[in-house]
Design a protein around this ligand. Structure first.
Ligand code: SF4
Length: 407
């Protein structure tokens, strides 16, 4: 594999070059040794008690012309995902405010496009500027960028651009035929050249071999400089997509992938992304031990609390973790959520809560990724158990619930 070279514009130390064989060898390290070594490296660069919280909003859902075989937002597959118009600036900014009030420090906007059209740019620029003015980091995932678009986004205040490598170069054409691996590299080059930070990861569980998993990680680690954020997604199989029947991976393989990402890219934020909802708490804890230090995090939606968000806060509270770069701690966040949920139920009753939750799930990504975006869609029709503070039991029966976007 050739080294992937991007212009060095951020102050990273010189990155090492990793061959696929070297990364494959890391996969063969005894599991606990690997986790221990990753945890040791993690502690050299980060406070292991801290987790960076990003909230992802799908600003344009469904109807994507690309053919990513994992993605329910592709117009080519019948997955029940409803096409939605591009959200307006006001709605986007309101959701960002709510995310911030829940401890999120980064707000990511994703659109199911091959790439943004010029007519979209004015609204995107305005929304970015207003979210930035809230004091949050702003990330966008809008697909392939044309000349000059990265500069426009940077000028508006965008901090990060998400553009995943998806999978290994050798496996790419088995997964997506409407673009090439090199197209990803080209857009990443434009993003770096514009002075934006890079959020770039991939998806595992796409019927790739271990060698191909190693190839994806080597490709990421050979980006120079390393991506500042590295989302690692586990495929969420969605009925109607070609990868619905993909082979299951043992959970240890996902933890190994997280650990190796940490070892290869010691100063990057490694994000547990799509598929997290299907992971038991103990597995997520093991991923944090192995160096994951970022998650997608739900937020209060419309006028009601999001129970998924409540679950995250409970887990992170149990693990004695705290949000990176936020004044809030999870005990306070949980207390706030409890009060808001009680007040909402007192005012509107539980039927309205169920309706609002269904609507909210249609828009928000939580722990998933891969969506309109090249992030690798992870749409889940499986539901997390609801918080004991809610009674929205019919949520699991509503097919409109559980549409997620993965980054
Ligand atoms: S992953 Fe992104 S680019 Fe691919 S089909 Fe889904 S929304 Fe479109």
């Amino acid at each position: 594999m050739q080294k992937l070279t991007l212009t060095r514009l951020t102050p990273h130390k010189q990155t090492d070059y990793w061959t696929v064989c070297e990364v494959e060898k890391l996969f063969e390290t005894p599991f606990l040794e690997l986790v221990f070594e990753a945890g040791r490296i993690h502690r050299e660069h980060f406070n292991p008690q801290e987790v960076q919280l990003s909230t992802l909003l799908s600003i344009k859902t469904g109807g994507c012309p690309e053919d990513c075989t994992y993605c329910p937002q592709s117009a080519r597959y019948h997955t029940g995902v409803q096409n939605e118009e591009l959200l307006g600036k006001e709605e986007i900014v309101n959701k960002a405010k709510l995310a911030k009030s829940k401890g999120a420090t980064r707000f990511c906007m994703g659109a199911a496009w091959r790439g943004p059209k010029e007519k979209h740019m004015p609204m995107l620029r305005e929304a970015i500027a207003e979210v930035k003015a809230l004091g949050m980091e702003v990330c966008g995932t809008f697909g392939i960028l044309e000349e000059g678009q990265a500069e426009q986004l940077k000028e508006a205040g965008l901090d990060y651009y998400n553009h995943n490598l998806d999978t290994a170069p050798e496996h790419y054409q088995n997964i997506i035929t409407t673009r090439k691996f090199d197209d990803r590299i080209n857009t990443l080059g434009k993003v770096r050249n514009a002075g934006l930070k890079v959020c770039c990861g991939g998806i595992i569980g796409l019927n790739e071999s271990r060698k191909e998993r190693a190839g994806l990680l080597a490709s990421l680690a050979n980006l120079d400089p390393h991506p500042e954020s590295v989302p690692i997604n586990q495929l969420v199989k969605v009925e109607g997509t070609p990868l619905f029947e993909a082979e299951d991976l043992d959970w240890t393989e996902f933890v190994r992938t997280i650990a190796i990402a940490r070892i290869l890219m010691p100063t990057s934020h490694v994000r547990l992304s799509a598929g997290r909802q299907q992971m038991p708490e103990a597995m997520q804890a093991l991923c944090f031990l192995a160096g994951a230090n970022s998650i997608f995090y739900g937020e209060k939606l419309l006028t009601t609390a999001n129970p998924d968000n409540n679950f995250d806060a409970q887990l992170l509270f149990k693990l004695d973790m705290k949000p990176e770069g936020s004044d809030l701690d999870f005990a306070t966040i949980l207390e706030q959520q409890e009060q808001e949920m009680s007040a909402y139920i007192a005012e509107n009753g539980t039927a309205e809560l169920e309706h609002t939750l269904a609507h909210a799930h249609g828009h928000m990504s939580h722990g998933q990724t891969t969506g309109g975006c090249g992030a690798g869609c992870g749409c889940s029709h499986e539901q997390q158990p609801l918080s004991s503070s809610t009674s929205a039991s019919s949520q699991a029966d509503d097919p409109s619930v559980g549409h997620y976007k993965a980054l």
